[in-house]
Design a protein around this ligand. Structure first.
Ligand code: BES
Ligand code: ZN
Length: 614
């Protein structure tokens, strides 16, 4: 009779991680730039965790080439199962001898990545800023680690890691370096070794290699980037990094990962930032020469607690990673710049939440705090909803129990789940248990409609925000909206920060009656938006221009689309551009196809041509 097994709580993995759990992973890879692939082997130390005897191991894998598989040193029977949508072709391994509970095995898989790998981008020397050396980097979140090597690709499993990576160029990985000076091999490659002693999920596995140099940005932090950019990156980050760290340490507890470094990637990096342990990865678009985009650093740093130590058990509970991180990011900002900055940032967040709800439609599954992702690619559900609905929920809890009491809950929560993964139900019971002795708070929490917060689609109730930093901006937007004859002056914006200008432009984008092409152009000329160095500003101005049908923004738009591969800018710009001139949008995409990271390429392809898989 078949044994009844509980379904795993992560629907986006094919692995049988309810039977086996990975305790340690050793990744041995050679980086072959010429062939654009990683070649090597990976060893998983798996522990049997079921009373039913385990004879079969299923790992996630997608577009990798498996050579052979050894279990405890002996060749094992294996096969790749038929591909299943976004989840790939699982690797099934059969054991000769079944294992009982708590027994360990070593599974050694020799593997090469292929051209279809979705996690890696390979840049030719011509695609880098110094044009001298090739470059490669990975992006594994959400489910791309399986396209580098077979693994239990779920945030519900954590293991320690060893990295043994050989490359002709410096290597960065999500662990601390084991040896200071790498030894050279015959081929001219050197071996770079790293160890990650804090157990982490597969999506935090990270590698990068290229012409990378480093400079100090604080007592436990360095910035790493291409040598020609080093000084400006150092300037951008050295004022804030350490004070962000000490600030959040006071809110939660000491930083657990040793060093907090930042790698500034080439412009095709598809995200603003990615919280890979030891080295946060960042887009070069935060280097804006005004230190106005360092909130991305506060955000990625906060993930060192929310996400990297305390992890959402599946991508359905992703808000526990991102909502908490946005909440902590804004607590850092508040501690350093004052409470009204937290509210300012929350107002920007609320606007992007409203935009996402409008984009999906207010009944859409993906507008729920806890969506059903069975059968979906988590990347397709990615939006500001888990970030901002999650933040709004935590902000409400803080209000409900009072800030002082919530401040005691924060370290309790991060201690209770340190090193673990949890879902929204465990979060709920932890909140209720913690406040149970407090009759007043407890009553309010019992009365809270948790189910609506978790499962009701659309916008949640809007919190009260302190609008002191946005009022001036709304005033200015009102002038533009209500009168065609409003004559702008450079002085209108001279006292505004870049982030206030971002709010202004977002307001303009929301006008029911778009600006005329002439008025939009006038705005760009008088306020200097057309030439702004801050890409947050220039990208929004281009969207205003496209919406207004101002053809003079077409060229700067296609130009920007060839300079940056960050999806936050690229996807909305393509959507807006195709409405104005679909041919130009398609041509621009085809021209820049190789410039974009595979994840970005795939998403824009879906945006422009629809989902080819369905
Ligand atoms: N972990 C995310 C990036 C991510 C999420 C990558 C899901 C892949 C799948 C990262 O921490 C993040 O949220 N980045 C933001 C920056 C931030 C300041 C909100 C981004 O990329 O825009
Ligand atoms: Zn994040």
């Amino acid at each position: 009779m078949a044994t009844l097994i509980n379904p795993p709580r992560d629907p986006n993995t094919l692995s049988n991680y309810n039977n086996w759990t990975c305790k340690h992973t050793t990744a041995n890879f050679e980086i072959l730039f010429e062939q654009k692939k990683l070649v090597g082997n990976v060893v998983h130390k798996l522990k049997s965790i079921t009373h039913a005897e385990s004879k079969e191991i299923i790992l996630d894998s997608s577009h990798v080439s498996v050579g052979d598989v050894h279990v405890d040193g002996n060749p094992a029977k294996w096969e790749l199962l038929p591909p299943l949508g976004p989840y790939g072709s699982a690797l099934k391994i059969e054991l000769d001898q079944p294992k009982g509970i708590d027994e360990f095995i070593d599974v050694n898989i020799s593997v090469q990545t292929t051209e279809k790998c979705t996690a890696l981008q390979w840049l030719t020397p011509a695609q880098t800023s110094t044009k001298k050396h090739p470059y490669m980097f990975s992006q594994c979140q959400a489910i791309h680690a399986r396209s580098i090597f077979p693994c239990q690709d779920t945030p519900d499993v954590k293991s320690t890691f060893d990295f043994n990576i050989s490359s002709p160029l410096p290597v960065i990985a999500s662990g601390l370096p084991v040896r200071a000076s790498p030894g050279a091999s015959q081929s001219g490659a050197s071996l770079y070794q790293f160890h990650q002693k804090v157990p982490m999920p597969s999506y935090l596995f990270a590698l990068a290699s290229g012409d990378i140099t480093e400079a100090s940005i604080g007592p436990r932090s360095r910035v790493a980037t291409s040598p020609d950019r080093l000084k400006e990156c150092q300037w951008e980050l050295e004022a804030d990094t350490e004070r962000f760290i000490t600030t959040i340490e006071k809110i939660i507890y000491p930083y657990a990962w040793g060093e907090f470094n930042v790698l500034i990637l080439p412009p095709s990096f598809p995200y603003g930032g990615m919280e890979n342990p030891t080295y946060t990865y960042c887009t070069p678009s935060i280097i804006s020469k005004d230190r106005e985009n360092v909130d991305v650093i506060a955000h990625e740093l906060a993930h060192s607690w929310s996400g990297n130590l305390v992890t959402s058990a599946s991508w359905e509970h992703f808000w526990l990673n991102e909502g908490w991180t946005v909440y902590l990011e804004r607590r850092i900002l508040s501690a350093i710049h004052g409470e009204k900055y937290r509210h300012f940032s929350a107002i920007i967040g609320w606007e992007s939440l409203s935009n996402s709800v409008e984009h999906y439609g207010e009944d859409h599954e993906f507008t729920k705090l806890v969506p059903n992702l069975k059968g979906h690619d988590p990347d397709d559900a990615f939006s500001s909803i888990p970030y901002e609905k999650g933040f709004t929920f935590l902000f409400l809890l803080e209000k409900l129990v009072g800030k002082e009491k919530f401040d005691h809950f924060i370290p309790h929560y991060f201690t209770k789940f340190k090193g673990k993964s949890l879902d929204s139900y465990e979060f709920k019971s932890t909140v209720l248990d913690f406040f149970a002795p407090d009759a007043e708070a407890s009553k309010l929490l019992q009365e809270l409609d948790w189910d609506s917060w978790f499962y009701k689609p659309g916008l949640p109730p809007k919190p009260d925000f302190d609008t002191s930093l946005v009022d001036v901006v709304y005033e200015l937007a009102k002038k533009w909206r209500s009168s065609e004859s409003f004559q702008p002056q450079p002085s209108d914006i001279q006292d505004l920060t870049a982030n206030q200008i971002v709010v202004f432009l977002e307001q303009v984008l929301l006008f029911e009656q778009p600006l005329t092409a002439e008025r939009s152009k006038l705005m760009g000329d008088v306020y200097g938006f057309a030439k702004s160095e801050n890409i947050e500003v220039s990208n929004l101005y281009l969207r205003v221009g496209l919406k207004a049908g101002d053809t003079s923004v077409l060229e700067p738009t296609t130009d920007l689309l060839g300079r940056i591969g960050r999806m936050k800018f690229v996807r909305p710009l393509y959507r807006a551009l195709q409405k104005v001139d679909r041919r130009v949008a398609v041509e621009t995409f085809e021209m820049n196809r190789d410039f974009y990271h595979p994840i970005c390429r795939g998403m824009v392809e879906k945006d422009l041509f629809g989902n080819k898989d369905t």
